[in-house]
Design a protein around this ligand. Structure first.
Ligand code: SRM
Ligand code: SF4
Length: 554
């Protein structure tokens, strides 16, 4: 592609000296809380976003002050694993350097918000002490690899889950910029050491996401990823993975060329070497053929649709030296978290509490933040994050269960989790305001109250036990995967949402717009009518999403 057709970010990446840019100088500049536009793009590759507090924009503008800039940092946790010590460190770091709130994301990791510029480096250094880092959790690169979270999903869960580490390692960038800038690492004497055959000097055209699912639970929403791996397990043996490509769950208001797309299953591959080679070469194809002039059309889904599935399969085989086998049958039946206690085949215990929208806080109903700290301090467990913004208290030995249960009881966690309605347990909302610069409307700060108004409507229609998957995002970027919810709310303006219906229970069907830009009164009126029809006209065991499609509501 000729230079003049490259998007501006392509040029920034290329000229960045392996993602260094002028980040170091920008950090030292005390006149402003911000960094330069180019560094803002580069710092993403180090796991951070520069943001500002949107609640305070007006007040600051009136006082002629610059925006209240701060940084959000996102950790790299392949498969969502954290030890008890790392949890303690994370809570301490959050308290010392950020707003104090830990946010569990929809991709099995955590974010801290509100770090002022001078706190960023100490934060990364403190994470490093705890053997945690944020390399490549953002930017045009392979992101945090996610994997079905709960060991109950298979007796060979660990074997499959280990692939998240293998893929993570395979696709990490080679640059040492992170160590140099944030950890005061030595400058490399020989730059050849960080030459990157995979990412070269422009990295990928856009973000790249990989998920591993273990049927029958599609808790990772595998089809929403650029690359999805579906574990094929027979008689408790891992046979290999079905490969799905081209998923992505965002669109842009007013740009009809953009669309959400579910990944297409293109074949099966077995054997660790071949599996990793296939993954690697799918990434190189996207590197070489992805759109580098228009970022809104740069995700793998557009490359797949532009080049065609058959071309893609042929190109993978050409690069790997072997063809994919025919896909194997698989069946998803659900995609939810398993709340409460569960014991696995090794007699270890797992407890999943309800965490509304992934926000680890104390409130009048349950002191979750305090409880998790005290539980971590026992050091008798691990933490496993789910792609539904929850945490599983994991790997607890029989003899340690009582002490952990005691803490859960003390802070009312079990009581609280049991009291939560089905619709709330099946809901997710993205961050949106006040930190997300792209939000048109509220999401995580508003959804809890909206659900409180939806619950009586379900009760009135005898549907309060119904598992209906409901998700809200503050804009069409779909960070809480609202395009594959049975009820999706997508923010269009302050207080206004598109109401989307028709997603299924397993994440294999996109929803569609039912009504546009509704306010709360209109949302509740519409849902009241829909629930009443659903209660009267549904088929036996029919889900709400299937009902919406059968009745041609969308
Ligand atoms: Fe996301 C951008 C938050 C999962 C699609 N996403 C953002 C940013 C960084 C806004 C920005 O670019 O400045 C948001 C930061 C808000 C904040 O203040 O924290 C943001 N995305 C999130 C998180 C934290 C939502 C959450 O509440 O959990 C999730 C972090 C995941 C992680 O740990 O890595 C998150 N984002 C997703 C998902 C869901 C998924 O991956 O399963 C999607 C849809 C799937 C997909 O990628 O297609 C998603 N985020 C986007 C997009 C649209 C990408 C596109 O193809 O157009 C953007 C905007 C962009 O990249 O330009 C975006
Ligand atoms: Fe921000 Fe939109 Fe993502 Fe929500 S969906 S976090 S509003 S980019």
């Amino acid at each position: 592609m000729s230079e003049q057709h490259l998007s501006s970010i392509e040029k920034v990446k290329q000229a960045s000296d392996s993602l260094r840019g002028t980040i170091k100088d920008g950090l030292a500049d005390e006149i402003t809380g911000a960094i330069s536009e180019d560094d803002k793009a580069l710092v993403k590759f180090h796991g951070m976003y520069m943001q500002d507090d949107r609640d305070r924009r007006e007040e600051r503008a009136e006082k002629k002050l610059e925006r209240l800039y701060s940084f959000m940092i996102r950790l790299r946790l392949p498969g969502g694993l954290l030890s008890a010590d790392q949890w303690l460190a994370t809570q301490d770091i959050a308290g010392a350097h950020s707003t104090g709130l830990i946010k569990i994301t929809t991709r099995q990791t955590i974010q801290l918000h509100g770090l002022y510029k001078s706190h960023v480096k100490p934060t990364i250094q403190a994470f490093n002490e705890a053997k945690l880092h944020s390399i490549a959790t953002c930017g045009d690169i392979n992101r945090n690899v996610i994997c079905s979270a709960h060991p109950r999903q298979s007796p060979i869960h660990k074997q499959v889950h280990d692939f998240s580490f293998k893929i993570d390692e395979l696709l990490l960038p080679r640059t040492k910029a992170y160590y140099e800038i944030w950890l005061d690492g030595e400058k490399l004497a020989d730059k050849k050491e960080e030459e990157d055959p995979l990412y070269q000097d422009r990295y990928l055209p856009r973000k790249f996401k990989i998920a591993i699912a273990i049927p029958p639970n599609n808790d990772v929403d595998v089809f929403g990823n650029d690359l999805g791996l579906i574990a094929i397990i027979e008689n408790d043996q891992l046979k290999g993975f079905n490969i799905a490509i081209g998923g992505g769950l965002s669109s842009t208001h007013g740009n009809p060329a953009t669309y959400p797309r579910l990944a297409t299953v293109i074949g099966f591959v077995s054997g660790e070497e071949k599996i990793l080679k296939t993954i690697y070469e799918i990434v190189t194809i996207q590197r070489d053929y992805g759109n580098r002039s228009d970022r809104s059309l740069a995700r793998l889904k557009y490359t797949v649709d532009k080049m065609g599935i058959e071309w893609f399969k042929t190109e993978i085989a050409r690069r790997t030296g072997f063809p994919l086998e025919k896909e194997k049958p698989f069946l998803f039946t659900d995609r939810k978290d398993y709340y409460g206690w569960f014991q696995n085949k090794d007699q270890l215990w797992y407890y999943t509490p309800f965490i509304e929208n992934g926000r680890v806080t104390d409130n009048e109903k349950a002191a979750l933040k305090t409880a998790l700290y005290e539980i971590a301090a026992t050091r008798k467990l691990n933490f496993r994050f789910t792609a539904n913004q929850n945490v599983i208290l994991a790997d607890i030995r029989d003899e340690d269960k009582i002490s952990i249960e005691k803490i859960l009881k003390k802070y009312r966690i079990e009581e609280y989790t049991e009291s939560i309605s089905s619709i709330r347990k099946n809901s997710m909302a993205c961050v949106a305001l006040s930190t997300c610069p792209l939000a048109f409307a509220e999401a995580q700060r508003y959804l809890p109250a909206l659900i409180s108004n939806i619950e009586p409507l379900l009760k009135k229609n005898g549907l309060h036990q119904e598992d209906i998957i409901l998700r809200m995002t503050g804009c069409p970027n779909g960070c809480a995967r609202s395009y594959i919810a049975e009820i999706g709310f997508i923010g269009t303006a302050p207080g206004k949402y598109n109401l989307q219906l028709g997603g299924d229970h397993t994440g294999m069907r996109l929803n569609k717009v039912y009504k546009e830009s509704l306010d709360e009164t209109a949302i509740l009126q519409e849902l009241d009518l829909l629930f009443s029809r659903f209660a009267k006209e549904r088929n036996a065991k029919e889900s709400f999403g299937d009902f919406a499609v059968r009745k041609k509501l969308v």
